[in-house]
Design a protein around this ligand. Structure first.
Ligand code: SF4
Length: 323
C-alpha cells in the first residue's frame, strides 16, 4: 500500500437514471493534504464528494460502478459499515444541518455515544469545540437553547465544530464557508487550516471562490461535466494551467497589481446539460482550441509535466510522461 495515498477511485462511474453524472474517474487523494475540487455548477463535484462516504447510497435510482478505496479497502465492498465509514470521512455541507436539539447537545451528542458521560469533561469538549469554530462567545449564554434558533452562519460554524469533534480522518466540505458572512469566512478558513495541520487530517473541499481554493489547497482537481479534466499541485495549476477550461478559470482571477495587465479568456456559450453531453471532449463546443479529433474522441486523463500534473486534452497528445 502506498502510505501517501488516502483515497483512490478506479473507473468510478455514477448514474442518476439516464444522467451519467460521474464518468470514468481515476484519481488518488493524498494523505494529510488539502485537495480542492473546482468546476462549474452541476459538473459533479458534490456527487463525487458524496461517493467517497457513500452518501449517494441514499439517493433513489442511483447506480455506481468501479471502486473507491480508503486506506486500500474498497468502501463499496460487502459488509462495509457505512456508519463507521462516515465517522472516518466526515462531511460539512453547503447548507448547515444542525440536529433539532440544543446547541450543547449538538456537540455533546458524539462524545456521549462514544462513552463520555462526565459533565465537566463534556462541558470542556463543548466549549473547546465551539471556541474552535469561532462561535462560543456568541452562544455561551444560550447553550441549552435550540440550535435551530441560530442564524445560518452560526449554524454552519456549529456544524463545523460538530464535524471536527468526532475526529474524522478525512473531512469533505461542500462549500463550507459560502453560507457565512464575509467577515467571518477568513477566520473559519484559518481555523480549518490550523486544525488540518494539527490533526493531520485529509481535506477534500469544494469552493467557488478561487482565492479561497488557492489559499487552502495543496492540490486541485478540475471537473467538467462529470469528468476530471486536470489535476495538479496548487501552485502548478495556478502558474501553468494546461486544460483550456482551467486556463479560462484562472484568467478570471482578479490581480491586485494595477500595473499588471492580465488577459482574461472569456468562454463562449453555456455549460451543456449533463444529460445531453457533447460527443468527444465535452468541452469542445466552448473550447477556442477545438480540433476535429476533439469532436470524436474523448481525451483520457494523462500525465504531462512534473509532480503528477495530469490533464485530459488532445492538445497534449504525444507529450505524455510516465507517472
Ligand atoms: Fe479543447 Fe480539444 Fe482539449 Fe477538449 S480536447 S479541451 S476541445 S483542445
Amino acid at each position: 500500500m502506498n502510505e501517501e495515498i488516502k483515497i483512490s477511485a478506479r473507473n468510478l462511474n455514477l448514474y442518476y437514471g439516464e444522467n451519467h453524472a460521474l464518468k470514468d474517474i481515476n484519481m488518488d487523494i493524498k494523505k494529510n493534504a488539502v485537495t480542492a475540487l473546482i468546476g462549474p455548477s452541476g459538473c459533479g463535484k458534490s456527487t463525487f464528494l458524496k461517493s467517497l462516504n457513500r452518501m449517494n447510497d441514499l439517493v433513489e435510482n442511483v447506480k455506481i460502478t468501479g471502486e473507491v478505496t480508503l486506506d486500500n479497502e474498497n468502501i463499496y465492498g460487502e459488509n462495509v459499515d457505512t456508519t463507521l465509514l462516515r465517522k472516518k470521512i466526515g462531511m460539512v455541507f453547503q447548507q448547515p444541518n444542525p440536529f433539532p436539539m440544543s446547541i450543547y447537545d449538538n456537540i455533546a451528542y458524539g462524545p456521549r455515544i462514544h462513552g463520555i458521560k462526565n459533565k465537566s469533561k463534556l462541558d470542556e469538549i463543548v466549549e473547546e469545540s465551539l471556541r474552535g469554530a469561532a462561535i462560543f462567545d456568541e452562544v455561551k449564554d444560550r447553550l441549552k437553547k435550540s440550535a435551530l434558533g441560530l442564524s445560518g452562519g452560526q449554524q454552519q460554524r456549529l456544524c463545523i465544530a460538530r464535524a471536527l469533534e468526532v475526529t474524522p480522518e478525512v473531512l469533505i466540505c461542500d462549500e463550507p464557508v459560502s453560507a457565512l458572512d464575509v467577515s467571518i469566512q477568513a477566520q473559519v478558513l484559518n481555523l480549518m487550516k490550523e486544525i488540518q495541520k494539527e490533526m493531520n487530517l485529509t481535506y477534500l473541499f469544494i469552493a467557488h471562490d478561487l482565492s479561497v481554493v488557492q489559499y487552502m489547497s495543496d492540490r486541485i482537481m478540475v471537473m467538467y461535466l462529470g469528468k476530471i479534466v486536470e489535476v495538479a499541485d496548487s501552485k502548478a495549476l495556478y502558474d501553468e494551467p494546461l486544460h483550456p477550461y482551467t486556463k479560462a478559470l484562472i484568467s478570471a482571477i482578479p490581480v491586485a497589481d494595477i500595473h499588471y495587465k492580465k488577459k482574461r479568456q472569456v468562454l463562449e456559450g453555456e455549460v451543456p446539460s449533463p444529460i445531453h453531453k457533447p460527443s468527444g471532449c465535452a468541452f469542445h463546443n466552448r473550447c477556442p482550441y477545438c480540433m476535429d479529433i476533439c469532436k470524436k474522441e474523448d481525451p483520457a486523463l494523462r500525465y504531462h509535466g512534473a509532480d503528477g500534473h495530469m490533464t485530459a486534452c488532445h492538445l497534449y497528445d504525444g507529450s505524455e510522461v510516465n507517472a
